[in-house]
Write a protein that binds this ligand. Sequence first.
Ligand code: ZN
Ligand code: ZN
Length: 149
Amino acid sequence: MNEQNYPEFTGLELSPRKIDYLKFILEKGGTVKTTEISSVLKVDPSTTTKTLNELAGAGYLNHIPYRGVDLTEMGEAYTQFLIRRHRILSLLLTHYGLSSEEACSEVSRFEAFVSRDAINKICSSMGHPMFGVCGEISHENCLHEEKHH
Ligand SMILES: [Zn+2]
Ligand SMILES: [Zn+2]
């Protein structure tokens, strides 16, 4: 369940909205009900179902009949990357005058558009920090790539 097993993704595959879904499902853990996702993310149930079907079709989620969805191994590795990207970028902004809260909220608006390659380079240049402003930072793909350059 780590990023190294999925060297091919660029980090630009998903919209900000889909990122919210994956992060919520990872935070929640295990199988998550569609109704819970739609109420927490404040999206109507038919849109939620449609989005979950798209994410399942692309291999990020499994449908568990009558119970909801959970992350596939690929979905979990991808979501770990999404969290790493958020934490690296928000930490970066706190070095340039933003408070933790400001950094988290700014980054939430643009993180979907920053590539994995850029995140790995920023992470390396920051010395692979262990803690971001909203949690620990994992270093799988960024360290792995360094060994090969
Ligand atoms: Zn944050
Ligand atoms: Zn790193």
